[in-house]
Write a protein that binds this ligand. Structure first.
Ligand SMILES: [Zn+2]
Length: 343
């Protein structure tokens, strides 16, 4: 089958479009004929370094994906061949302390598609049956695939970890990135007020058109002061953040007393000053989050099915054009998901 896989790390030349063996479905698994996948920042990391992620080479890239059920256990009455499904990328052990309490995303043996095992940039992938979910009505395969990492991550940050309420104000850093855009869409759907930041005025304009209530241009405004000014001096209830060191101080200063900051990344560095006095005196909560559980994904897909929410797609490429797609993501110019069509 055709697939995109890495043969090493560092530089574009380790990413190959070519033939790999079609996966053999094991009992309990579903063989999915992938129709679309989207790129995530971790794909660039796997290409460039892969350090700290246990994997074997060559490995097929890609975390999220959507397609048709090709083969499933005959006894599996939930799935029929030809059914449209979207994948959850986390294959958990089901037996560890964390899996048993329903938090497979904390599984000590968690394997992610495209990181620890063959992923979705391929014509077929075989995954445990619990990792496939019906595509919500009205969504294309590209749109469905786009939900599988960024929207799921944003869902867990906003609702499961951040406990966002409809009357609250949330500040979303770095709008334009996949998780940030997903957080904007989901927080607006939940009825919250959303303030967004970016250093790119064009991205702020597009976020406002998508429903953001107000914007802060980080290239010429002090984000902490602007967030206070836009909330009548009060501060925001929740910060959604994956920029890290460059904005950490501003993020803490933006919060109301008792406010929550949820972080899922550290693009600009992971060792900012902790500002402990601010944290304990103002009783702030700093919460880490990564990816999402099956229950988060099921809830997200319910909401998408009910509301017709559509993820923002920046651009679509053929699978064989993966280098152009990776370059697009690497450029930082994208607004929404960079997608691959796999047919
Ligand atoms: Zn486990």
């Amino acid at each position: 089958m055709k697939a995109v896989y890495i043969t090493g790390h560092g530089g574009n030349e380790v990413v190959t479009y070519g033939d790999r063996p079609k996966p053999v479905r094991m009992p309990g698994e579903v063989l999915v004929r992938i129709q679309a996948a989207t790129l995530n920042r971790v794909d660039l990391y796997m290409r460039n370094s892969g350090a700290g992620i246990t994997h074997r080479l060559p490995q097929i890239m890609g975390l999220d994906g959507a397609g048709w059920v090709d083969e499933a256990d005959a006894s599996d009455t939930w799935l029929q061949p030809g059914q449209a499904v979207v994948l959850h990328a986390g294959v958990s052990c089901g037996r560890c302390e964390f899996c048993l309490r329903g938090e497979g995303v904390l599984c000590t043996r968690l394997q992610l598609l495209g990181e620890h095992r063959d992923g979705t940039f391929a014509e077929w992938v075989s995954v445990p049956a619990q990792n496939v979910f019906p595509v919500p009505p009205g969504l294309s395969f590209v749109q469905a695939a786009a939900l599988g990492v960024n929207h799921l991550t944003a869902w867990r940050m906003l609702f499961t970890k951040g406990r966002l309420q409809p009357w609250e104000t949330v500040l979303v850093f770095g709008i334009g990135g996949g998780v940030s855009l997903a957080a904007l869409q989901l927080a607006k759907q939940a009825g919250a007020r959303v303030i967004v930041t970016s250093r790119d005025p064009a991205k702020l304009e597009r976020a406002l058109a998508l429903g953001a209530d107000s914007a802060i241009d980080g290239s010429r405004e002090d984000i902490g002061k602007a967030a206070l000014a836009q909330t009548g001096g009060r501060g925001v209830d929740l910060v959604i953040e994956n920029v890290g060191e460059a904005v950490w101080a501003a993020a803490l200063k933006s919060l109301v007393r008792g406010g929550r900051l949820v972080t899922c990344g550290a693009t600009t560095g992971d060792q900012p000053p902790a500002d402990l006095r601010r944290i304990f005196i103002r009783q702030l909560q700093v919460i880490g989050s990564t990816y999402g559980d099956f229950s988060d994904f099921a809830n997200l897909l319910q909401l998408v099915g009910k509301t017709g929410l559509k993820p923002v797609i920046d651009s679509e490429f053929e699978l064989s054009d993966v280098h152009a797609a990776l370059d697009r993501l690497d450029s930082g110019q994208q607004f929404g998901k960079v997608a691959l069509r796999i047919q």
